[in-house]
Design a protein around this ligand. Sequence first.
Ligand code: ZN
Ligand code: ZN
Length: 318
Amino acid sequence: MKSFCVSEILLTTLVTLGHSSLQTLRCHFRSFLTLATYWFGKMEHSNFVHLHVHSQYSLLDGAIRFEEACDLAKKYRMTALALTDHGNMFGAIEFYQMAIKHGIKPIVGCEVYVAPGSRFEKKPVEGMEGAYHLTLLVKNRTGYFNLIKLASLGHLEGFYYKPRVDKELLSQFNEGLIALSGCLKGEIAVHASKGEMKKALQSAEAYRKIFDDRRFYIEVQNNGVENQLLVNERLLEIGQQLSLPVVATNDCHYLHRKDAKAHEVLLCIQTGKTLQDSDRMKFSSDEFYFKSPQEMADLFQNIPEAITETVEIASGMF
Ligand SMILES: [Zn+2]
Ligand SMILES: [Zn+2]
């Protein structure tokens, strides 16, 4: 456990007060009390924060509302929380304001889709995914504007079923951003799951080069998906070979385990299927929920540094 940094408290308090209005004064008072409690060290904060979270703005694929997520993050004594919707930043401002109101540090991000080649090539590439996933998080003001550019150009130039960026755009607009390697649909994980370790290593090297100065992280998840533990082992191997830091996330798509069924219905609406269809797209477990720091620590007992790294990352954000 770490004590909450005094300068962060001051900064967050100032930002909070800066947004003051009569309607929100009560909420500010509440967040001020939270900060004051941290200040006096009566409450220890958790050693894990969620850095990969999909809200309702991950259209028809996310069932998390900001107020409920911030309440839960606060209950778990998380000092920060990230938002990483699929391919867009539609919820960024609403999320930012809600987190500030709760005395939580907001980390704006986006899980972007990366085209396997050029974003202008709009046809299937043999043996490749249509788009790989990559988790991007904003570190500072420059990063925020770069992420806006990436999300916009993904729609305007790279749209092929999904808004896609490519490595050329990432090379151009990566300043102020950090990248996590993504879920099982991340480029490195996809190669690793096929046992194509040379390709996985080459991809990791490419991302490490783009996100230099240790801004690229191997992302590991443990949410009950088949093959995942094997892929994690391979990802850790690559991390070791390239001296990349490792970070744990849970790819939260809904708040509680019991919401998994409702999320399944959401996916059916997205894909035009019904629950009776056997060939529909569905998540293979009910573990994509907002797990507690203890649950996360239990899942990553073998790599505790992947848990504490989340707090390190959060403390390095503006
Ligand atoms: Zn993903
Ligand atoms: Zn995700």
